[in-house]
Design a binder for this molecule. Sequence first.
Ligand code: NAG
Ligand code: NAG
Ligand code: NAG
Ligand code: NAG
Ligand code: NAG
Ligand code: NAG
Ligand code: NAG
Ligand code: NAG
Ligand code: NAG
Ligand code: NAG
Length: 548
Amino acid sequence: MAARGSAPHFNALGITAHVLLGLVAFASVCLGAGADEWQSRSIYQVMVDRFARTDLSTTASCTVWETCNGTWAGLISKLDYIQGMGFTAIQISPVVKNLEGSTAVGSAYHGYWSVDNYALNEHFGSSADLKLLSSEVHRRGMYLMIDVVVNNMAAAFNNTVPPPVDFSAFNPFNDAKYFHKYCNVTEWTNPVNYQDCWLYPYGVALADLNTDAPVVVDMMRTWIKGLVANYSIDGIRIDAAKHVNDAFLPAFIGASGVFAFGEVLTGETEDMCRYQTRGLLTGMPNYLEYFPLNAVFNGHSMEELFNERVNTEAGCNNTLVLGTFVENHDSPRFAASVSDMALAKNAMTYVLLNDGIPTVYQGQEQHFSGNSTPFNREPLWSSGYDTTATLYNLTATLNKLRNAAILLSPSYVNTTSETLFYDVNHLCLRKGPDGSQIVFCINNQSGGGPAYQLSIGGFGSGDTVVEVLSCTHTTADGIGNVTAYMDKGEPKVFFLASALNSSGLCPTTSPAAPASSAKNGGARETADIWTSTVLAGIVLGCSVWLFA
Ligand SMILES: *[C@@H]1O[C@H](CO)[C@@H](O)[C@H](O)[C@H]1NC(C)=O
Ligand SMILES: *[C@@H]1O[C@H](CO)[C@@H](O)[C@H](O)[C@H]1NC(C)=O
Ligand SMILES: *[C@@H]1O[C@H](CO)[C@@H](O)[C@H](O)[C@H]1NC(C)=O
Ligand SMILES: *[C@@H]1O[C@H](CO)[C@@H](O)[C@H](O)[C@H]1NC(C)=O
Ligand SMILES: *[C@@H]1O[C@H](CO)[C@@H](O)[C@H](O)[C@H]1NC(C)=O
Ligand SMILES: *[C@@H]1O[C@H](CO)[C@@H](O)[C@H](O)[C@H]1NC(C)=O
Ligand SMILES: *[C@@H]1O[C@H](CO)[C@@H](O)[C@H](O)[C@H]1NC(C)=O
Ligand SMILES: *[C@@H]1O[C@H](CO)[C@@H](O)[C@H](O)[C@H]1NC(C)=O
Ligand SMILES: *[C@@H]1O[C@H](CO)[C@@H](O)[C@H](O)[C@H]1NC(C)=O
Ligand SMILES: *[C@@H]1O[C@H](CO)[C@@H](O)[C@H](O)[C@H]1NC(C)=O
């Protein structure tokens, strides 16, 4: 099957995100995208109720614990906003019918309170809308990941224990026999308790499915196989994966036929890594690094992030398919605790350039600052979808750079990063093979940080190297080191000048210089190594793009 449409664009002129509207021949997105395909992707996480409304209003009011009327149609209309940042996949909220009405803990705007797995959430749209979303995402060469709930079904309740649940209201699990008997999860380190009891019984009863029972496993397998096929889904996120029994996970994922991220919320290396080493899950959001990644910008030493990287690499057997993130819909925004933009840039840089699959939660690029759930679920439209926002621009730059590195060498994504340097304030990594390597340094000095120089390796003697966030060039010394002119806590990202042309970034560069002389206005020169015309084909996973 061949479809025609616009491709991910590599912008040669640096004017807008969509300069090059090349017609493409599109050799169909493979069904059953696996880990190999997903590891070259970059994911934007969408909470559908909060992303875009069908009317595209940017002023509609939103009570954060109630439905705000974001839709799949709204999302389709705003895919340019996502693709303009260089993302190659989206992850969306659960799609099935949820319980209606408000409860003591708000309404089911988020999609996690399933009542009927075989009906869609009408607040988000129709079956035709979801199919159109899927085809629009694929037409752009992107992947679609859908969040799914397997641990429980949901019923409103008045906090009378045990919850008086009407099981006949559920589809297809319409009988108490499909569920564990009620008990409240109270022992968070005891798997029998946190897997078999009911989570958070307040206002809503999360009736815990007995996923140990073969009949439940069969029903779930049939359901996910149908959902993936009906909507051409490329990947799934399994909500609360840690709260179902181990054996269920590979059985369920096997039936889906696609890559899965299973949510295992823990900061304990062994607790998370055992899912990989025992073959239960391949992909997981990287909660192990999530905690130190926040801590090092909140008063802790950068060494904590380095140490956890070492632990994770030693404990897990494949860090290249973990999803790096610093914010999600369940955690306070980064900016809830630190408003400093330089620190936010360093965190974003790590998310996009670390080993594994970058995962950015909607609103991070707008520096939203909501605290705990539901205040971290601000409607994105309140930003006006500002594509000039500092972090939007940084995200676009780094995704384009990463996409270019992958295009140059598909093994970029399966090369584990090398630590070049770290201390209490810095972490400098090199990722990718010679020729497409990205060398970057994050630091936690903040916007008031001093001006100084760091010498960083990772290149060859005499290489011309561009720092892509400042569009300055420098030459590597005899041992392949380049000078990073650190100032005001900005992150630094280096790439070979000879390889940068395919990214469309930095069409002109000026010589790198210490902060003081840069402030005096060093003349910008046009580097003759750049061409202003870029026509790039991209090979990401199994989607093959050819410009016609
Ligand atoms: C980021 O902003 C600068 C300055 O406006 C612009 O030149 C550059 O093209 C933008 N980068 C991307 C990737 O959009
Ligand atoms: C969402 O849509 C419903 C149905 O049209 C309407 O009653 C409700 O007021 C809307 N909510 C918001 C926040 O716009
Ligand atoms: C809660 O619901 C149960 C079952 O419907 C009912 O027996 C009980 O009276 C209700 N309690 C309150 C406080 O409303
Ligand atoms: C469930 O357990 C938690 C403590 O883990 C407690 O705070 C809560 O009140 C309990 N809820 C019910 C309904 O028993
Ligand atoms: C998928 O579509 C088939 C055919 O219309 C239908 O029987 C099945 O219930 C659907 N499955 C899901 C999960 O929507
Ligand atoms: C990771 O663990 C799984 C399950 O034990 C195993 O099949 C696989 O070979 C391991 N991979 C690596 C790279 O060690
Ligand atoms: C950066 O690390 C240093 C050294 O551990 C620490 O004192 C400082 O508070 C950290 N900076 C931030 C913004 O967290
Ligand atoms: C890395 O990816 C490339 C391209 O997909 C593949 O040829 C190579 O075998 C992979 N290497 C490893 C170690 O997985
Ligand atoms: C070269 O860079 C490395 C970090 O990659 C650093 O440890 C080393 O000190 C640098 N060498 C010189 C001579 O500056
Ligand atoms: C990019 O630069 C390399 C090395 O100079 C060159 O081989 C290649 O043709 C250039 N690509 C484009 C699209 O200009």
